[in-house]
Design a protein around this ligand. Structure first.
Ligand SMILES: CCC(=O)SCCNC(=O)CCNC(=O)[C@H](O)C(C)(C)COP(=O)(O)OP(=O)(O)OC[C@H]1O[C@@H](n2cnc3c(N)ncnc32)[C@H](O)[C@@H]1OP(=O)(O)O
Length: 375
């Protein structure tokens, strides 16, 4: 089980709910490491051995330097060792807890990654601006920013980077070359067209997009051109969607004899309701900006169609919600994410826990001292 502090910190919810919600596998025989999979433990042991060798070298160095290995040196080494183990444990737990699938679900991430690595091309780029807004670019314009295998891997890496960006407040996702994304690269789709490989790719993308959805950042998909198939699924993992004139969202899965598999079906139902979702999916309907606004799938239609102008507009739109201390913006998103995903009582407890992190904190005290009224 998770300890309360980490559970709240990582997901903004109480320990029992986060375990239930995320379906984390437990290995009771492993005691405090009970949520770790055997392969992760093997990785940890390997890293521990490397660190031991490294620390031993420092110890020997001090021994020769001072003629003896004094207590201070030994204490420093032990303290370094403890900090390192703690950091590693927190990082691994964080990634596992935010995901949906692990080995208990027959999901072997390392094998999936090896397979995806074979389909190279394009990139996923991230820039982190001083304002606390990150810009994530889907960059494969030759094929309408379709996701190759290595782009799927890079998306996971960028999400990890965003999870560790403690000053972040918001994120805009957009596609290079004036179009959003045409889903999975059809070459990948053809090459892995058997059920098991398809499910593996789904589990990988669902894990990544679920972690994206749970980031403590306010996220916006900027839809220019087309968001098709997996591209349409990706936009549902964001908190908001903005569309440019002439752009289009389309779940084309039915036309390919499929249903969404990157979590876009489940998320679409939560955004537009089951009736509208059923129409969009079973009709493979083209959703223009006007219809998206009407359905609540888009927040606003921007006036610019060109990349730089639309990005600037999206930045200005998002800034309305990211102004202020990062601690408060991040807590707000965490609270809403808990309300979106948890049952009411668990969400209420989470809200209380998050409230407790802010009440009497620096932003709260400063607001009381300088702005006690809001006229
Ligand atoms: C998770 C499940 C999935 O995502 S399955 C994949 C679902 N996506 C699709 O089926 C999209 C297939 N593509 C299309 O329908 C059209 O290309 C769309 C996106 C509508 C764009 O049409 P249009 O504006 O006329 O451009 P185009 O067809 O000339 O495309 C430009 C070049 O890009 C390529 N492209 C496009 N999408 C993909 C894709 N998903 N995978 C691989 N290549 C793709 C096109 O083939 C075309 O390349 P080329 O210029 O012919 O060499």
């Amino acid at each position: 089980m998770l300890d309360a502090a980490t559970s709240h910190h990582l997901l903004g919810c109480s320990p029992e709910t986060s375990v239930v919600m995320l379906g984390t596998a437990t290995y009771p025989c492993l005691g405090p490491f009970s949520v770790w999979s055997p392969s992760m433990l093997a990785d940890l042991i390997y890293v521990c051995i490397c660190v031991c060798i490294y620390i031993y070298n420092i110890y020997i160095f001090f021994f020769f330097l001072t003629g003896h290995a004094g207590n201070a040196c030994l204490e420093m080494v032990i303290s370094m060792w403890k900090n390192l183990l703690q950091t590693m444990k927190e990082r691994i737990l964080q990634q596992r807890r935010m995901s949906v699938y692990n080995q208990a679900h027959g999901y072997e991430e390392e094998l999936v990654k090896k397979q995806l690595q074979q389909f190279a091309g394009g990139s996923i780029n991230l820039t982190k601006e001083d304002s606390g807004i990150g810009i994530l670019t889907l960059n494969n314009p030759k094929i309408m920013n379709a996701f190759t295998g290595t782009m799927m891997l890079e998306l996971q890496e960028r999400v990890t980077e965003l999870e560790n960006w403690k000053d972040g407040k918001g994120l805009i996702i957009y596609g290079a070359g004036n179009t959003f994304c045409s889903g999975s690269d059809l070459n990948v789709v053809k090459a892995i067209s058997n059920s098991q490989d398809g499910m593996n790719m789904c589990m990988f993308m669902q894990n990544t997009l679920t972690r994206l959805m749970r980031l403590p950042l306010i996220t916006v998909a900027l839809v220019q051109g087309k968001a098709i198939g997996g591209g349409a699924e990706l936009i549902t993992a964001c908190d908001f969607r903005l569309m440019t004139p002439g752009s289009e969202i389309r779940f084309v899965h039915k036309l390919m004899g499929l249903v969404p598999g990157w979590g876009g079906g489940a998320r679409l139902v939560r955004i537009v309701g089951s009736r509208a979702a059923l129409k969009l999916l079973s009709g493979a309907t083209r959703v223009d900006p006007e219809r998206a606004l009407h359905l609540g799938l888009s927040e606003e239609t921007l006036s610019s169609s060109d990349e730089a102008g639309a990005l600037e507009e999206a930045r200005a739109w998002l800034s309305q919600y990211t102004e202020g201390p990062a601690s408060v913006i991040r807590a707000t998103k965490e609270m809403v994410a808990a309300g979106r995903e948890l049952l009411l009582e668990a969400a209420l407890r989470t809200e209380k826990d998050i409230f407790g992190t802010l009440w009497g904190g620096p932003a709260n005290l400063q607001a009381l001292a300088t702005r006690p009224k809001h006229k």
